[in-house]
Design a protein around this ligand. Sequence first.
Ligand SMILES: Cc1ncc(COP(=O)(O)O)c(C=O)c1O
Length: 389
Amino acid sequence: MQTFAEELEALRAEGLYRSMRVIKGAQGSRVELDGKQVLMLCSNNYLGLADHPELRSAAVFGVAFGVGSGASRLVSGTMELHEKLEERIAAFKGTERALLFNSGYAANTGIVSALVGRGDAIFSDRLNHASIIDGALLSRADLHRYPHRDMAALERLLQDKGGNGRRLIVTDGVFSMDGDIAPLQDLVRLAKKYGALLMVDDAHGTGVLGPTGRGSGELLGVMDGIDIHMGTLGKGLGSFGAYAAASATICDYLVNKARSFIFSTSLPPAVLAASIAAIELVDSPEGKELREKLAANVALFKEKLAQAGFDTMGSETQIVPIFVGPADATMEFSKELLEQGIFVQGIRPPTVPSGSCRLRCTIMATHEAAELEEAAGIIAQVGQKLGVV
Ligand SMILES: Cc1ncc(COP(=O)(O)O)c(C=O)c1O
């Protein structure tokens, strides 16, 4: 049996060792890292709301209700702000009800493992987020993974598998490491045809996609065809936590069955107040401007990368991967960029399949066009030097 230290050494040898970098100060489009100002190109704070003055003051207002919530929701940890935020999310998503979870990870593991169990079937895109897979494993339902966005393969599985139990199709709305969008119109059609529930994890679409920021479902015109809208409050919305927005019955069922909801202290007031402010902002003219600025930034950055000859792996959103391949070369690329003032992480297995390592660039509305052009120029130089292009 290998010791922990030996396993860590083996990870280092394979170029798969991971460690954390500490940011000094607030999250922004430029941050201080190891005493140096760098361009932030790997944050999910897409709209720049994480340090927005309105969210900050809402959090301060929230503290008037104390720091902690004191208990889980079903004991004594449901405060007026929980109810208010859930009502706001339900109105935002156009569903009967919404239910908060403490993180996207907790939401996915809780929702999936509550809705299906032994004898049921889950149909999951092969590139879905790890928290969906973990929820599927916890559920003990049969897990059928279909090739990425392959609707013909999904339909074959739906024809063959699932028996008489419940069926759940689950997909990322925006795929977190690829930046492409699920074929939601086809998924809605197949879910209806085969009597399956459809759950969409819109962690990376919420606040950002669609004319009013409702997410990938709004972008593709299928909001009403989605049974469970899962979304996070900690990415585009700049706060923390997550939710399921669905029918009153499904939410009531989750209150009674989702273990990550039941057995965990609820979100604290400052976070709740900041999340309400974030949704108000997304719904305001400023939110629209931020989305437009983000879209313009994404278009500019992708154009520059395409001119330099990079493969951005079919990205359709603000998540812009740069394909590299091997882990070592990816990490070298990231290290050299950091030396030149650009903070972008290399993504390796187990997050992505081996041989498909990439730099995962994420664009923010608060980036300046000039700094993105400059960054793309530096990425091109380093990419050429390392033989990536
Ligand atoms: C698609 C997807 N779902 C869920 C999560 C988990 O969300 P959270 O960071 O709020 O736990 C993430 C990100 O980490 C994600 O990318």
